[in-house]
Design a protein around this ligand. Sequence first.
Ligand code: AR6
Length: 171
Amino acid sequence: MELTPVRTDITKLKVDAVVNAANPSLMGGGGVDGAIHRAGGPDILAECGAIIDRIGRCEPGQAVITHAGRLPARFVIHTVGPVWRGGGEGEEHVLACCYQASLQLCFENGLRSVAFPNISTGIYGYPKQAAAKTAIETIKAAAVCDQMEAIFLCCFDWENFQIYQELLRVE
Ligand code: AR6
């Protein structure tokens, strides 16, 4: 399995699944969530609505999967990251759960390539360095990665891209 940081817009990536940093309503929002729904079109939101009708809300650390509408990817995995509240409220555990739950859905659906955004490091305010460390450690420790061909760490901003490059270089 290759773990590769890329600096791009996640909506452009032709992978089996892109991960969305959503909120518990799954009804869209700003940041990467807004970009995915804008580029992917209304079918994604309709599927999210059907899921919410079934489960009520998507809790932080959980993940669900929909088709990807007009995106080049085949599926979108929607996960809800933790809101950063200083680090003492289980944020690291919840963030790790986002990566684990998303990879589990890849495994269950036989997907072989996935791109993650830097979950929680935008509107939810998680410190970028700490989030990157948790992301890398969690992905590397996940047994389900064995079936994956490629995992992309999709960075929108240069700061995150540099952090990931640095962390992966020293490991
Ligand atoms: N491609 C890749 N990464 C992106 C893109 C993009 N097109 N756009 C932004 N990012 P954020 P969060 C990066 O705020 O912190 C929404 O309103 C961004 O630079 O999207 O988990 C949801 O509905 C940052 O590094 O997600 C929730 O309410 C990373 O994606 C809330 O925001 C995550 O930033 C979730 O906040």
